[in-house]
Design a protein around this ligand. Structure first.
Ligand code: CP
Length: 365
């Protein structure tokens, strides 16, 4: 297939529409992330061939370089380079999903890769009692990488017993959701790129979490990734119904950090001071979904700081009123839409398809 480097539309960041999707809410221009600066290929190259199972695999430089790469992809039309041509990704979802599966599939298909899509684990041998280890052995022969979601926290470990392809963890029980955290921080860095560097003490932000990180994988991964930017955080406030919202692992992690952590069950203690609010109410507890923390509701009349932004991994229940959608507090639609580009950046890196990008694309000379 011809790679038409000459026909590539180089990103014209200066004229990019502020909101190409006409979504409600805030839609920060990817140009704010300065993707014209050289992107560090050596940093991205560290992901080649690797599985992505936990936020703990990331450092600040990698998150920032991936976000700059995603911003370039968001502002460009590189489909005619077919960056994932010849690569086949298996999306194996043993638990329901709207955003993660379809945004991964959109990311792959828009780069001309191919997909084997398992949208319901019950259509696999799992319905007959087949083990994940046996399923992993089969995947080795059928694709080039696997994106898996599962209800069980140890599912990643089970699949990796036999899987020799890169695995991207798309949510494992109450474990982690690392690519959601990347999508969260991609949105935050577009909103306030100063967070990528060292902020003036007066600019540091107060981060609020309405939810229970110890029981909600997206919130847990978000909190872990936020700690990577801890020097730019004035304080983290966690508003939860639970007596112990962190659990043992996170409590230990936080105790080793030099950051102010405030835990409360009264949203009114902190709401008016928060700059960034991350909320969620769906937790996978035991063997089913439960709604936790849904009494902490936000709506257009909530007493938020004028410039505060709200993130939510979605799906939402009553805690996040659609009345907030039309306001500039809504960063959650950008968060969900941008997931396609950060996942494209991740896949190109893991699958080592940098040589399929337009000449000087990452250098952007
Ligand atoms: N954010 C997220 O994981 O959404 P889905 O459950 O729809 O994939």
């Amino acid at each position: 297939m011809e790679t038409s480097i000459q026909k590539i539309k180089k990103p014209d960041l200066a004229t990019l529409e502020a909101n190409p999707l006409d979504s409600a809410g805030l839609y920060p221009n990817p140009e704010k992330l300065n993707p014209k600066e050289q992107i560090d290929l050596e940093t991205l190259g560290k992901m080649v061939g690797h599985s992505i199972v936990s936020v703990k695999q990331f450092d600040r430089k990698l998150i920032v370089e991936l976000s700059k790469f995603a911003a370039l992809l968001e502002a460009s039309d590189i489909a005619s380079c077919h960056p994932l041509d010849g690569k086949l990704i298996i999306t194996a979802f043993f638990e329901p999903s709207t955003r993660t599966r379809t945004s991964f599939e959109s990311a792959v298909l828009r780069l001309d890769g191919k997909i084997i899509s398992i949208a319901d684990g019950q259509t696999t041998g799992m319905a007959k009692g087949e083990s994940l280890a046996d399923i992993g052995e089969m995947f080795n022969a059928y694709g080039d990488a696997v994106v898996m979601r599962h209800t069980e926290t140890d599912s990643v470990q089970q699949l990796m017993e036999t899987l020799r392809l890169p695995l991207i963890n798309a949510g494992n029980g109450s474990g982690e959701h690392p690519t959601q955290a990347l999508a969260d921080w991609y949105a935050i860095l577009k909103w306030n790129p100063k967070l990528a560097g060292k902020m003036h003490p007066e600019d540091k932000i107060h981060l609020g979490i309405l939810g229970t990180p110890g029981s909600m994988r997206a919130v847990k991964s978000f909190l872990l990734m936020s700690l990577i930017f801890e020097d730019n955080l004035k304080e983290i406030s966690i508003v939860s119904e639970m007596a112990d919202p962190l659990g043992e692992e996170l409590a230990k992690e936080l105790s080793e950090r030099d950051i102010n952590i405030n835990i409360t069950n009264d949203i009114n203690d902190v709401l008016a001071d928060l700059d960034v609010i991350y909320m969620n109410s769906i937790a996978f507890l035991g063997d089913s979904y439960k709604s936790l923390d849904s009494r902490f509701k936000l709506h257009k009349d909530s007493k938020l700081k004028k410039k505060a932004v709200v993130l939510h991994p979605l799906a939402r229940l009553d805690e996040l009123s659609p009345s907030l959608d039309e306001t500039n507090h809504n960063l959650y639609f950008t968060q969900a839409h941008g997931a396609v580009f950060i996942r494209q950046a991740l896949l190109i890196s893991v699958l080592n398809r940098f040589d399929h990008l337009p000449e000087n694309f990452l250098q952007n000379k």
